[in-house]
Design a protein around this ligand. Structure first.
Ligand code: PGA
Length: 257
């Protein structure tokens, strides 16, 4: 049996103008427009650039996504955008529950759960982010915390197509994310990914790791059992960084395929 595909993607968070995002997408198309063997690449630009980036990448193998979407399809929800609107702009992936949204914008396990169902209702792939704080890590509660978040997000979903089979999970420990984060040790990642793999590994599409991924640690992180891909911020915001990470993914897929 062949190994499942690896997923390697980036969110631009609140960076890049439309011109910058389109230039990035054009370079990506030129370099890997035909796809990366063994790897599914995806880019999640700011919403302002989603339609243009999606148009550049077209119906090709590199997917685009949206960083957040509401659980309702339309209505009086000022400042929000819906899954159908994201799909209309080309998104195939809906990122849900990133810790920055949980910390600053009132995202809760309950809203994450509703958004997962909204994405699935419209045939998009939910990318559900989970991860514990430094305090939870320090008291040894990482596994329980993360399993609780994922159970809350995914519990009760049907298995198979249109259900769990479409879902991506990203383990993103808060203490590892962003410029104040620290690189995780492989054994820290292994502890949580082992538990996620045991509980969800056979049922969801893939479980990714994110948080201080770099071109230097990506190969080691991909070797951690249960890690089915990488979800990357800063290290992929320059196209060379992302291309390097995709090449690392390809080498990993070649070596293990
Ligand atoms: P980082 O962000 O790679 O810049 O640490 C990761 C994330 O928030 O997904």
């Amino acid at each position: 049996m062949s190994r499942p595909e690896l997923w390697i993607g980036t969110s631009f968070k609140m960076t890049k103008t439309r011109v910058q995002a389109v230039a990035y997408a054009r370079r990506l198309l030129a370099e890997v427009g035909a796809g990366v063997p063994g790897v599914t690449a995806f880019v999640i630009p700011p919403a302002t650039a989603l339609a243009e980036v999606s148009a550049v990448l077209g119906a090709g193998p590199v997917l685009t996504g949206v960083q957040n979407a509401h659980w309702e399809d339309e209505g009086a929800w000022t400042g929000e955008l819906s899954v159908p609107q994201a799909a209309d702009a080309g998104a195939r992936i809906v990122e849900i529950g990133h810790s920055e949204r949980r910390a600053h914008f009132g995202e809760t396990d309950a809203t994450v759960r509703r958004k997962v169902r909204a994405a699935l209702r419209h045939g998009l792939t939910p990318l559900v982010c989970c991860g514990e704080s430094a305090e939870v890590l320090a008291r040894g509660g990482s596994v329980d915390h993360v399993l609780g978040q994922v159970e809350s997000a995914l519990g009760g979903l049907p298995s198979g197509p249109g259900g769990l089979e479409e879902v991506l999970v990203a383990y993103e420990p808060i203490w590892a994310i962003g410029e104040h984060g620290r690189e995780p040790r492989p054994e820290e990642v292994a502890a949580v990914h082992g538990a996620l793999a045991a509980e969800w590994g056979d049922r969801v599409r893939a479980v990714l790791y994110g948080g201080s991924v770099t071109t230097g640690n990506a190969a080691d992180l991909l070797r951690v059992p249960g890690v089915g891909g990488l979800f990357v911020g800063r290290s992929a915001w320059e196209i060379e960084g992302y291309l390097d990470l995709l090449a690392t993914g390809r080498r990993h897929a070649d070596a293990t395929g």
